[in-house]
Design a binder for this molecule. Structure first.
Ligand code: HEC
Ligand code: HEC
Length: 283
């Protein structure tokens, strides 16, 4: 190698290390630092992403909220999201977050890191592609006649036993939605601890048996050392004195939402899913 080439190599290494170091500076410093000149000239989605590196970054930074397979936990299912929103939009969300929500901005991830994560998310495209086969109009009618709105709110209308669905079409894929209708409790957390304050802990069902044998089942809406407050399927609150209970246990895998496996036909379920997929919130 000529002397000149080795100088060049050294310079490249130095620049590379510097870039790595800059990428690692703590979040606050990264936020305060002015962007390197020219760093935003190229649209970020023009960068070719590396899915293997993206997978590592995802597991480190995103999986606690979006699930290890990006299938959604307290954060939404991300399968199919880059195809729906566009790569550039998702890269923007990763770097800047979504204001007013629990989705944080990752100011210390570079544009290349964001592109790598998007490349990783594209590896799930097959699992969500082309599944909307129902008729949304028919689905809306099924939704209205099946009691869904007794528990779910859409655009301010409906009950509040289950999560609001106004933006569900942006947050979940068709497969995920259909699974929910068939087996509602399947994706809920496995115990009452951990995930505290996460969306899904809220919907975990607890079963309390009182001294006289009366059973109360509901979602925990409050708890301290002596009292637990459960909200039952009718929306009624039960304030229970814990030392006076015969037993109190979480019921993992159970949901207050009934399964529609035997009450709706597969075609009706596809219609409901098609309807839910149209719910994108106020634009
Ligand atoms: C602290 C929890 C948390 C972490 C960590 C987190 N997210 Fe999120 N993310 C959320 C929540 C909650 C939302 C939904 C925000 C809303 O209500 O619009 C969201 C929304 C998103 C969306 C928009 C989805 C859509 O369809 O609109 C994308 C994309 C996303 N997150 C990607 C990521 C990636 C990639 C990472 C890791 C770099 C990450 N998130 C880390 C909680 C999190
Ligand atoms: C008795 C109340 C109740 C009824 C009736 C009900 N749900 Fe639910 N639903 C819930 C609860 C509680 C959850 C949260 C726990 C879970 O996912 O199992 C939920 C969760 C969901 C989710 C997942 C939301 C998310 O953020 O991923 C969807 C989608 C959904 N319901 C749709 C429907 C549809 C469509 C119907 C009617 C065919 C329906 N629900 C009927 C209570 C109900």
């Amino acid at each position: 190698m000529s002397k000149r080439n080795s100088y060049r190599l050294a310079a490249i290494c130095f620049a590379g290390c510097l870039a790595l170091l800059l990428a690692r500076v703590p979040r606050a410093a990264a936020q305060a630092a002015a962007p390197a000149p020219g760093s935003r000239l190229r649209p970020v989605h023009a960068i070719e992403g590396d899915p293997a590196h993206g997978k590592n970054l995802f597991e480190e930074n995103c999986s606690t909220c979006h699930g290890i397979d990006a299938g959604g936990e307290e954060g939404p299912d991300l399968h199919g999201v880059p195809s729906a929103l566009g790569d550039a939009a998702v890269e923007g969300i990763i770097q800047h977050g979504i204001r007013g929500t629990a989705m944080p901005g990752f100011f210390d991830l570079t544009a290349k890191d964001a592109a790598d994560i998007v490349a990783f998310l594209h590896t799930f495209d097959a699992s969500t592609a082309g599944v909307v086969s129902g008729d949304p109009k028919a689905g809306q009618a099924v939704y209205q006649s099946s009691g869904c709105s007794g528990c779910h709110m859409i655009d301010g209308q409906g009950g509040s036993i289950g999560p609001e669905l106004s933006r569900i079409g942006d947050m979940r894929g068709p497969t995920n939605l259909k699974d929910r209708l068939i087996d509602p409790g399947a994706n809920l957390p496995q115990n009452g601890t951990g995930f505290y304050g996460s969306k899904w802990t809220e919907y975990l069902v607890f079963r309390a048996v009182e001294k006289d044998g009366q059973v109360v089942e509901g979602m925990r809406v409050g708890e301290d050392s002596f009292v637990i407050v459960l909200k039952d399927v009718t929306g009624k609150f039960h304030s229970l004195w814990k030392p006076g209970l015969r037993s109190l246990e979480p019921e993992p895998g159970k949901s207050l939402m009934p399964s529609f496996k035997n009450t709706l036909t597969p075609a009706q379920m596809n219609d409901v899913v098609a309807y839910l997929m149209t719910l994108k919130g106020a634009q």
